[in-house]
Write a protein that binds this ligand. Structure first.
Ligand SMILES: Nc1ncnc2c1ncn2[C@@H]1O[C@H](COP(=O)(O)OP(=O)(O)OP(=O)(O)O)[C@@H](O)[C@H]1O
Length: 367
């Protein structure tokens, strides 16, 4: 019998109210996360990817109840997280930690490494006081900091080292799940690699589970077992990393993938320009939310909301997509136009120009 997932998220919804008018009433909502369902097994790394504003960080924050979700279900080890009292939630936070993009902003500049880690242990009461100094030194070694740096302040460290302090702080309470929210995005590429390797080693040694939030598919490829692609608060595609990279189905995923620079100049590279900007999550498009920017959208896409469906019967790769076009190709209703046209040809001049102006460039590598 398959074991239960460590984290189970069902129909999670985060609609932020927009206040307005004379009386400050709620006049509308930002549908930042709009009914997403996924689970993570113990020891897995699941990445959430998508452009800025698609709801990645909101998903992480909602799971931890840093912002109270407006709907859906979150289960951790089978326990209903959203039904927990404040006290139960405080205990639960020991098991679920978060690492943020900017360690400088999330570390108190007036606290040394010792004080920062001591405080984290104090809140969760995981290590008896007399053992704390030794545990702090151990943690510093675990994340690659020097023992003699224990009484230094955040500004005395480099960006990569500060992220290591953030990781040490998360580890100090022995978590099971760590949500890494753009954890390496602010770092130089070589430092990114070091921190990613550290995260991978810690996963092996401590049996950690990661929800890895990133806009950078190049980074995600190195760490994720599975990838969730989000667009405007919805999951548009989910599958294991190999399958998403080798056989992306959703035009949006294809566009994101094509944005990764190709180091091999002999590989043919084309550009996909997505039309226009990401629409507002206050009033998302009808039907498929991506239809306003999709080169393959039909009337069907404008009116009917697609649902996540299994891509094919190949059970070796778990892969779901919510796209009428991709699923129609699969069922033989359409010929795959990716093969028939160069994506660039399908876009009108106006679309291409508009996309260039808005700074959205996607380099496509296909065929
Ligand atoms: N507290 C809030 N109140 C109102 N709207 C919010 C709030 N937090 C986020 N949003 C909106 O929700 C949408 C999703 O934001 P979110 O930060 O989750 O996106 P993201 O994919 O993580 O992008 P980024 O990497 O830029 O943070 C955005 O339109 C954002 O402006």
């Amino acid at each position: 019998m398959p074991s239960k997932p460590l984290l189970n998220v069902e129909n999670l919804e985060q609609h932020f109210p927009i206040k307005g008018g004379f009386l400050g009433r709620t006049v509308n909502h930002v549908k930042a996360v709009d009914g997403i369902t996924f689970s993570i097994d113990k020891g897995e790394t699941v990445a959430v990817v998508g452009e800025s504003g698609c709801g990645k960080s909101t998903t992480g924050r909602a799971i931890l109840r840093l912002d109270e979700p407006t709907g859906g279900k979150v289960e951790f080890e089978g326990k209903d997280v959203l039904a927990m009292s404040k006290d139960e939630m405080r205990k639960m936070r020991k098991d679920m930690q978060i690492i943020f993009q900017d360690p400088y902003a999330s570390l108190n500049p007036r606290k040394t490494v010792r004080q920062t880690l001591w405080e984290a242990m104090d809140i969760q009461k995981v290590v008896p006081r007399r053992e704390r100094n030794e545990r702090i030194l151990e943690l510093m070694e675990t994340v690659g900091l020097q023992r003699h740096q224990i009484d230094r302040y955040p500004h005395e460290f480099s960006g990569g080292q500060r992220q290591r302090i953030g990781i040490a702080r998360a580890l100090s309470v022995n978590p099971k799940l760590i949500i890494c929210d753009e954890a390496v995005s602010a770092l130089d590429v070589s430092i990114q690699a070091q921190v990613l390797n550290l995260l991978k080693r810690l996963q092996r040694e401590l049996g950690l589970t990661y929800l890895f939030i990133s806009h950078d598919l190049g980074v995600v490829r190195h760490v994720a077992d599975r990838i969730i692609v989000m667009y405007l608060g919805k999951i548009v595609e989910v599958g294991d990393t190999e399958s998403i990279f080798n056989n992306p189905q959703h035009p949006y995923t294809k566009a994101l993938l094509s944005a990764i620079p190709v180091p091999d100049p002999s590989k043919k590279s084309e550009r996909i320009f997505l039309r226009g900007d990401v629409p507002s999550p206050i009033d998302p498009p009808t039907g498929c939310r991506f239809h306003t920017r999709c080169p393959f959208a039909t009337d069907h896409c404008r009116t009917e909301t697609p649902h996540l469906e299994q891509k094919d019967t190949d059970t070796e790769h778990f892969h779901k997509v919510s796209c009428h076009y991709a699923l129609d190709i699969q069922s033989g209703k359409h010929e795959p136009q990716y093969e028939m046209y160069n994506v660039r040809d399908i876009l009108d001049d106006e679309g291409e120009e508009a996309a260039t102006d808005s700074g959205e460039e996607y380099t496509k590598t296909e065929k």
